[in-house]
Design a protein around this ligand. Structure first.
Ligand code: IFM
Length: 482
């Protein structure tokens, strides 16, 4: 039963008995009350935004001198992506960014989180700049400023130049220096337009999935390579922080971390420890590398750790980027691969909360809890919600995709949790919906739609969904209820 029917039924039950107390809406487990949603308020200067990533929206995969990325190679290998999809065209934002920025403006947006394609700027990953590639990001950021929208730049959202993968990819420690040079170069050339930089998007995910599980580009399945990659990325995060600051005195630097609250499946000591492990690795590995210069207990030989590395990793991030999508239920598991900490855990989706057809369980209080915990553990940092959203399948009839009341409900619930966290002291200054547009969802291709605007990939027509119109009103008024 969806929330509306649930409330309707509960109200009817109250009306029949004539009992005023029973006439209050009965909430589904995990649900936030309509009253709290109605009362939620956001500050006038709150940065309402949306997020995308280069490979998922730009297209123009080999236009104007762009080099090949590992995701181009992955997508062009038959059988890799659902429906044989590729990033060759996807939303064609490379040619349509003005239209997309007009759409953001129409929805009263104040921030746009996008990523720069490394091989568009440096086709070989190092060496000569591709001027046309750099100019694209100049035009994009100029247009954002003209529309009064803050450009928020993710430097690495997974599309490594293939040429660098051919030199060993992230397991190669030299990559930390190449990445820092690239970050410094971006700040030197674009620092007059961009002040907010996230070196990495979801560093645990791309190292684990790409080098340990092998489900994503570059499709390596070797826990030893994975640990080397992890350490290089932690060093790169620290070195890029310094390179950005050195090249641009206005740079404010954080990173965008996947934060999926882990709930122990039972109250057994083993499940509680499993959930804590999930949090330490999946959620906080790179956050603690930066903020504390430390890792959980990991064999330093596996990492290729050298004396002094803890100082390179450690940088005082100016803000923390938090992605929130869902909570996970974690229990302990017999290890399948002793070198992969995730193989000791069994992870499943929550199922107690309301769950729209084809969507995920909603449990917005987990978002509240995550924000309060991070605020407490890192001394009340500034937080940017760098991604948050939910997908629905491509198979829904078009009218249901456009009139997406379940997505509106999802945002209402989660933004009410966010408003409460801010009221209780979390210093959140921005929220970025994932995503502005339906786009290429990595291995799932075009089968999962996350956008506030529907994209017809045959014609490139963008149609704002009900959720987009609703989010535009929220951005305009700072309130969740009409
Ligand atoms: O599409 C992705 C994005 O690239 C990274 N974070 C999660 C999103 C939804 O799966």
């Amino acid at each position: 039963m969806d929330r509306r029917n649930f409330i309707k039924t509960s109200l009817a039950a109250g009306a029949l008995t004539g009992n005023r107390a029973q006439a209050l809406p009965v909430l589904a487990p995990g649900e936030i009350s309509p009253d709290e949603i109605r009362k939620a308020r956001f500050p006038k200067d709150f940065l309402w935004g949306t997020a995308t990533a280069a490979f998922q929206v730009e297209g123009a995969w080999n236009t104007d001198g762009k080099g090949e990325s590992i995701w181009d190679r992955f997508a062009h290998t038959p059988g890799s992506i659902a429906g044989g999809a590729t990033g060759d065209v996807t939303c064609d934002q490379y040619h349509r960014f003005n239209e997309d920025i007009a759409l953001m403006k129409r929805l009263h947006q104040k921030s746009y989180r996008f990523s720069i394609s490394w091989p568009r700027v440096l086709p070989q990953g190092t060496g000569a700049i591709n001027q046309k590639g750099l100019d694209y990001y100049r035009r994009l950021t100029d247009a954002l400023h003209e529309a009064g929208i803050r450009p928020f730049c993710t430097i690495y959202h997974w599309d490594l130049p293939q040429a660098l993968e051919d030199r060993g990819g992230w397991p190669n420690r030299d990559m930390a220096g190449y990445f820092a040079d690239y970050a410094g170069l971006l700040a030197k050339h674009l620092g007059d337009r961009i002040t907010v930089w996230a070196p990495f998007n979801m560093p645990w995910y791309f190292t684990h999935d790409g080098y340990c599980i092998g489900d994503s580009a570059p499709r390596k399945r070797d826990a030893r390579l994975f640990w080397k990659a992890v350490h290089t990325v932690a060093l790169a995060q620290g070195q890029a922080f310094r390179a950005l600051k050195a090249a641009s005195s206005n740079a404010t630097v954080g990173s965008a971390f996947e934060c999926e609250p882990a709930v122990p499946k039972t109250d057994s000591a083993a499940d509680i420890a499993a959930a804590a492990d999930f949090d330490a690795y999946h959620n906080r590995f790179f956050l603690n590398a930066a903020m504390r210069g430390e890792y959980p207990a990991v064999d330093h030989d596996l990492l290729g750790f050298k004396p002094g590395d803890e100082k390179i990793m450690k940088v005082p991030l100016d803000w923390i980027g938090v992605h929130y999508y869902l909570r996970l239920i974690v229990s302990s598991n017999a290890a399948v691969d002793s070198l992969d900490p995730m193989s000791r855990l069994h992870v499943e989706l929550g199922s107690q909360g309301p769950k729209p057809p084809g969507g995920w369980e909603m449990w917005p209080n987990a978002f509240y809890d995550m924000l309060m915990t991070l605020s407490r553990d890192y001394n009340h940092p500034i937080i940017e919600i760098t991604e948050s959203g939910t997908h629905f399948p491509d198979t829904l009839p078009l009218s249901e995709q456009l009139h997406d009341s379940a997505r509106v409900e999802w945002y209402k619930q989660h933004l009410a949790a966010l408003a409460r966290a801010m009221k209780d002291g979390a210093r959140v200054r921005a929220y970025h919906v994932w995503s502005l547009l339906d786009n290429l969802e990595w291995r799932a291709g075009f089968t999962r739609r996350y956008g506030l605007a529907h994209v017809d990939f045959a014609t490139q027509a963008r149609t704002v969904k009900d959720s987009g119109l609703w989010y535009g009103r929220v951005a305009e008024t700072g309130r969740l209820a009409d």
